[in-house]
Design a protein around this ligand. Structure first.
Ligand SMILES: [Zn+2]
Length: 216
């Protein structure tokens, strides 16, 4: 299956992408991983992307698209793939369509993870991370530490990252609404969109997603 995953920040997209890719036995292609891989291997595209990032600019669509093309042409992606973080706007969606067309392939589904805005803000803004080890993550409501402000694992101090502040989350949501959400309408016109609720336990959301995709 060839799938595009979309959803607002805080909907658990990364977690679901990893789980779905594993269940469906297709590679999970995320733009974050693409950038990191190209930069660490010092490919031409990686060097180009890095020059924009070092200057504090967004990586242009053409560069992202070229990286995605390289990745989708690798042998493990022959039977399908799950795209995460790409396309992120209508212009990239159009470029992806052209790309797939030249390869003679089509998308099977666009999985839209839906989460109420206030819930998303609550999920992200409630995160607390350990200063000693960023893998030690808690949540003030959903997985509170035994003692407030203290890591259960190592006793380190818990803090809220700048990225997780409510104002940053609201800004990221705004970008999602204006830039990314329009691709849902774009794909709806092609009959590709399946929308599921991203609320509830991780396992349930994965099961819901697989169920919804089985109809595609
Ligand atoms: Zn810790």
């Amino acid at each position: 299956m060839r799938i595009v995953l979309v959803g607002p920040p805080g909907a658990g997209k990364g977690t679901q992408a990893t789980r779905l890719a594993e269940k469906l036995r297709i590679p999970h292609i995320s733009t974050g991983d693409l950038f990191r891989a190209n930069i660490s291997r010092q490919t031409e595209l990686g060097k180009l992307a890095k020059s924009y990032m070092d200057a504090g600019n967004l990586v242009p669509d053409e560069v992202t698209i070229a990286m995605a093309k390289d990745r989708m042409e690798q042998s493990d992606a022959e039977g399908g793939f799950l795209l995460d973080g790409f396309p992120r706007n209508v212009s990239q969606a159009g470029a992806l369509d052209e790309l797939l067309q030249t390869e003679g392939i089509k998308l099977d589904a666009v999985l839209d993870l839906e989460a109420p805005e206030d819930e998303v803000v609550k999920r992200i803004a409630g995160r607390r991370v350990c200063r000693k080890d960023s893998a030690h993550v808690f949540h003030v409501t959903y997985s509170p530490p035994k003692q407030e402000g203290v890591c259960d694992v190592c006793g380190g101090e818990l803090y809220q990252r700048d990225d997780d502040s409510e104002s940053t989350v609201r800004t990221r949501l705004e970008v999602y609404h204006t830039q990314t959400e329009p691709i849902i309408d774009y794909y709806r016109a092609q009959g590709l969109v399946v929308t599921i609720s991203a609320m509830g336990p991780v396992d349930e959301v994965t099961a819901r997603a697989l169920e919804a995709l089985s109809g595609k």
